[in-house]
Design a protein around this ligand. Sequence first.
Ligand code: M6R
Length: 606
Amino acid sequence: MCGIIGISSNKSVSANIVNSLKKLEYRGYDSAGIATLSDGKINEFKSEGRVDKLEQNFDLKNLKGNIGIGHVRWATHGMPNSVNAHPHSSFNVSVVHNGIIENSTVLKKHLVEQGHNFKSQTDTEVIVHLITENLKTKDFEVAITKTLKQLHGSFALGIVFKDMPDLIVGARRGSPLAVGYGPNENYLGSDSYALKSMTNKVTYLDDGEFCIVKKDQVLFFNEEGKKINKKILELSSNEASYDKGDFKHFMAKEIEEQPNTIKTGIKEYIDKTNSEINIFNFPWKVSEINSITLIGCGTAYHSCLMAKYWFDELTQLDVNIDIASEFRYRKNRFKENSLYIFVSQSGETADTYAALDLCNKNKMKTCAVVNVIESSIARDSKFVLPIHCGPEIGVASTKAFLGQILILYILALKLSSLRKEITKENYQEKIKDLQDLPKLIEKSLLIDNDIQAISSTFNEAKGSMFLGRGFSYPIALEGALKLKELSYVHAEGYPAGEMKHGPLALIEDGMPVVVLAPRDSYYLKTISNMQEVIARGAKVLLITNKIKDEVVSENIWETIEVENTNNDLLPFLLTIPLQKLAYYSALKKGYDIDKPRNLAKSVTVE
Ligand code: M6R
């Protein structure tokens, strides 16, 4: 999604703006731009493509200006090209924007009638002309307040003014925005990560607020334009974890980090000595909760589906799951004894945030399972369970998925124990098994040679299928999502038992099909479904777990065995080969693994 940076300093800012834009590259984008103020002028430079191309096209090193804004764009309105790239400027105002202005067509019509000329096809350019227009008749802060009120939709904005060369205005509605504090300079950024190399002191704007950032002062305002005070937070995580190290891609690094993700999660939530789960400060009595709704998008939604299987197995709770973009517009029946759990790596996904906001407005019990603890979803949920997996930079979610399902599994176990729906022995046995999980993941990661060979078949195929039943079904969905996202190969995740109700018609000679069939209670059923696809010509990659019994089936193309553990935990291990399959398929095709086409890490627009 689009990324914003702004710096107000006592020295030239272009180098730091470019560095920060590079930090925002992980969000996925198609063009980049920068504007600084110097000698009474707005200097605007924009390019289609990467930040490197912007640097190659223009001499940014010698670009003057102690104040400036920068942007990486993920196209919503208008093609990705240098004209539509941000900043957008009039003779006196320059704007960078993340979000969507829903009433841009109506506003543009009025502005054109008033004599404004538009250069781009973007919704953002409307903001530029609206401010220019409002500045004609209003005082500065009144003009800003009025402009923001005229905009419908979502935005994070960075704005500079030719005639006010000492300040940047930042504004937020829906899309996140942070202010950072440095020595003799202050910053604006879409997230704290963009500001990380310059400061660890930040303030997050809340919805409706705007700010004026000068090199030695930051002022905050509410939506009525009244001055307000805001807290400064000190961020903790260190810069080193943003480095690829010896890995070719962040995704490869993040896959290999998973034993550590699980180790850290276990350390945070499990009291080894007493075989107990450390979730003590739960703000509600268990008797106050009789149903749970889990909400997320993409991979995070798959975590919700995974959790449903565990909650159903371990508790009597009524558990529902929902895709955030569906939930937010559905007629929901909010019930007092429901707990709403929002799952998100970034904590900034617009649809998930909107679903949370809706629940908060209806006074529901809300809990966030997030990675970025400074995020909007974490800040606005009543209870937060962090997944502690460190920054995830690759657009394809890997370690965050395992982190999310770990925390959700631990929560299911804890609620089962508090509700007295599991025996003490069984509970402690499961906690003990969890502690072996990092080692088992470590061993299951040693499959690169096998997977590399197999991955070519998936690259060359027209399409592929990923099948699983029960606990393996959410993992099949996740495996298919990883393959389509990274190698642009059509991949469908399906419940194996559902194939004969339609999708079996897709199977033709040589079509690669992944079958997840661990030796759990669904094993024999899945093997029968596997036979049905083999009989129709599918090339089956079977993924199962290592046990002494041989697989009772013939004509399997390839088999991969992950380590063995209890049935609850097998999904963690089954995920690993699927992540690697997607990674190696994309690698062979030479695709941009950390930034797949058309996608963004943090989806901050609807
Ligand atoms: O940051 P979030 O977990 O809320 O993001 C949700 C999805 O956008 C995300 O999981 C997406 O599906 C991933 N790119 C999948 O790998």
